[in-house]
Write a protein that binds this ligand. Structure first.
Ligand SMILES: C[S@@+](CC[C@H](N)C(=O)[O-])C[C@H]1O[C@@H](n2cnc3c(N)ncnc32)[C@H](O)[C@@H]1O
Length: 299
């Protein structure tokens, strides 16, 4: 399989296996990104499997379009936020699906493009938008960092970053305003909490996560997507979700627990415990280290 430079689809073998990919089937990749998983699904469903890929990010979609061109009309790509992906799929007339994949978080394209504002190491503007906003106006990362009170900032960093030192960090940010770039923001965090010797994770990682989740309303959109997902699948269809932090994973876990119990369950979970990347994958792709996969079958 070819892959774009710097990007390896995470937990690919596990996802293909759990999606039960095969010829003649239809798939929705609701976070198609650079098309890595999508390409593998289309190859494994040769000659006539079909795939709809959606994503909020127009840049990712144009890379995915180049990569997936070889599959002709077996593939369709549409720009949609996660919560609007089910509607887009219904409008495209492709439901019901045999499999739905959701590989959350950021693509390497977003992480490695300083101008997108996701990078802690490389200087960029405080942007952090996954794609152009739609519907309700969203708050920008620059506004959060420069206009929110210290209490509001601390609560966000605590709730969405699960960062215990949130108050200290918030005070440091407020003290150093105006904060215009990613590296300035990262420095505010370092000034507040220092750098733990030997740690591979930058101390600002959780702060960036918190702001990004708020800017893109990612958790809210994930919950709204899951609430619609059963309606997209045929009986026996598979749902695979790959999450990258505990807040996302908790939403998926809770959803599957509720949906697979009671007198009329909608799903049967396919693995009792959350699945993590293999050691071999982690050696090859350290960026996969926080991935956690859950899968279920529609009943
Ligand atoms: C980890 S990447 C997907 C990579 C893809 N599976 C591949 O192999 O190339 C996650 C993608 O999901 C998109 N995304 C994340 N949250 C989203 C949301 N709430 N709505 C729409 N797209 C979202 C991002 O824009 C990004 O392109």
């Amino acid at each position: 399989m070819t892959s774009s430079p710097g990007h390896s689809p995470v937990m690919l073998e596990e996802a293909l296996d759990l999606l039960n990919v095969g010829a003649g089937k239809r798939y929705l990749d609701a976070t198609v990104g650079l098309g890595g998983h999508a390409e593998a699904i289309l190859k494994a469903s040769d000659p006539d499997g079909r795939l709809l890929g959606t994503d909020a990010d127009p840049d990712a979609l144009s890379q995915a379009a180049n990569r997936l061109m070889q599959f002709g009309d077996r593939v369709q790509l549409r720009r949609a936020w996660l919560d609007a992906s089910p509607r887009t799929a219904t409008d495209a007339g492709l439901t019901p699906f045999d499999g739905v994949l959701c590989d959350l978080g950021l693509s390497s394209l977003q992480l490695d493009s300083p101008e997108r504002g996701f990078s802690i190491q490389a200087e960029g503007p405080l942007d952090m938008q996954l794609g152009p906003p739609e519907g309700t106006p969203t708050v920008s990362a620059h506004q959060i960092v420069n206009e929110w009170t210290a209490d509001e900032l601390a609560n966000l960093i605590y709730d969405y970053g699960e960062e215990r030192r949130s108050r200290r960090i918030a005070r440091s940010i407020v003290r150093q305003r105006p904060v215009d770039t990613t590296t300035q923001l990262a420095q505010c965090v370092v000034d507040a909490v220092g750098i733990r010797p030997g740690s591979r994770v930058h101390p600002a990682t959780r702060v960036f996560q918190a702001i990004r989740l708020e800017v893109n309303r990612e958790l809210e959109r994930l919950a709204a997507f899951l609430a619609q997902v059963r309606g997209l699948l045929r009986i026996g269809g598979r749902l695979v979700v790959i999450a990258f932090h505990s807040l996302e994973d908790r939403i998926v876990k809770q959803f599957l627990r509720e949906q697979s119990s009671g007198s009329e369950p909608a799903f049967r979970t396919l693995s009792r415990r959350v699945m993590r990347p293999s050691r071999t994958e982690l050696e090859r792709n350290p960026r996969a280290r926080s991935a956690r996969l859950r899968a279920a079958e529609a009943i």
